[in-house]
Design a protein around this ligand. Structure first.
Ligand code: MN
Length: 317
């Protein structure tokens, strides 16, 4: 189904002329999809409309604060279905079967968005869907509370890697700057989302650092992590492991070998012009130019490493 494409004004008009909203976040929710949902829900309630949020999966405790500070809402039967930051109906997770074909409006920022909603407001240049939601809320003239501003800020900050990723634009900073006029602890939030690590995570990193191996005159670094080691931290804590070797000066391709039940998975990250997607596609994997992965089933760690490193050597030598 092809979605009718809406701009900011039209998306705001859609929300203004509808009510009884059910707002969907994507499965395994992140700061952006949750920030969008709670900000939009709060703004719609602030306009006297009925709105509530739904997600296939539990949110991590770091995002729980978003639930607080929204105007209370009695129960109601939803009539308008809106998704935020959902690039594909598959990403609705277990809610997809029931609601996937019923979505009235999708608000998104993924270049890879696959149409599933009747209407779509998508800004593929936005660093976060929260940027788009902010513009829609402004257009609606809905009251922005400190809590709404905080939710939007978290979405923008987390999706832009604390304003470090290349998706960060002047508009990203301008919207963040407007949000900073509200009262919330942005510095504390960025500490929690970007600096703070659990003791278990630090212990895991210590083990990984001890196991670093260099290849290609130090331009390639490889670490491996067993299932048992990954189980020592919770899922959220395990995020970002793949980027560790790439942090090392002079390393152009970082590889993290992750144990799977039937072998090993290689996660590659590139710092330079090396297209790691190409390297991984040689083994039936895929991804993006700077981040890709492939699997080595029924193979020992040593054999899997040899295969991926020899392919990287071809590119780096
Ligand atoms: Mn996003």
């Amino acid at each position: 189904m092809e979605s009718v494409k809406l701009g900011i004004k039209e998306a705001a008009e859609f929300l203004r002329t509808h009510d009884e909203f059910l707002i969907f976040s994507h499965a395994n929710p992140d700061g952006d999809t949750l920030g969008c949902a709670y900000a939009l829900c709060g703004a719609l309630r602030g306009m006297g409309k009925k709105a509530k949020n739904i997600c296939a999966d539990e949110m991590s405790k770091r995002y729980m604060f978003m639930k607080d500070g929204l105007p209370a809402q009695e129960d109601f039967t939803p009539a308008t279905f809106v998704t935020v930051d959902v690039a594909d109906r598959k990403l609705l997770g277990s809610l997809g079967d029931k609601y996937g074909s019923k979505i009235d409006l999708a608000i998104d920022h993924h270049v890879s968005h696959v149409d599933f909603a009747k209407n779509l407001c998508c800004e593929p240049n936005a660093a976060a869907a929260c940027q788009t939601v902010y513009k829609i809320i402004k257009e609606l003239g809905a009251p922005i509370t400190d809590r709404i501003a905080e939710c939007l800020y978290v979405g923008i900050s987390t999706d832009s890697g604390c304003f470090k990723f290349s998706c960060t634009s002047p508009e990203t900073h301008l919207i963040a700057a407007e949000l900073l006029h509200y009262d919330f602890d942005f510095s504390g939030l960025n500490y929690i989302f970007f600096d703070m690590k659990t003791k278990e995570r630090i212990a895991l990193e210590e083990q990984l650092y001890r196991g670093i191996e260099y290849y290609c005159n130090g331009k390639c670094a490889v670490v491996s992590v067993t299932t048992e080691q990954m189980q020592s931290v919770d899922i959220e804590d395990g995020n970002g492991i793949s980027t560790i070797p790439r942090q090392i000066e002079g390393v152009e391709v970082g590889v993290v070998m992750k144990q799977r039940t039937n072998g090993w998975k290689a996660s590659l990250r590139s710092n330079s012009s090396v297209d790691v997607q190409k390297i991984c596609s040689a083994f039936g994997g895929g991804g993006h130019e700077r981040a890709a992965g492939c699997s080595f089933n029924n193979m020992s760690l040593e054999d899997a490493k040899k295969m991926i490193v020899s392919e990287i050597e071809k590119v780096l030598s």
